[in-house]
Design a protein around this ligand. Sequence first.
Ligand code: FES
Length: 80
Amino acid sequence: MTKTVAPRNAPYLVELGAGDHWWCSCGLSKRQPFCDGTHEEENTGMKPIKVEIPKRQEVSLCGCRKSKSAPFCDETHKLL
Ligand code: FES
């Protein structure tokens, strides 16, 4: 399976601390919007995308999996 699943048709507004975080690209994680390793269990062939945060900040991470700026929301969900 390589098709992305959209966990929801809206972004996730989350506050992230400085460091690397891993956005779920397959949409199957139970820890949305972050990877929990399900992509490997389900053999999706997909990998999480690293989100590098230089300092604590609020970010809008894509939930619809259609953003052209993934892992960040680019408002594409409003067109779906
Ligand atoms: S939630 Fe995907 S573009 Fe906004």
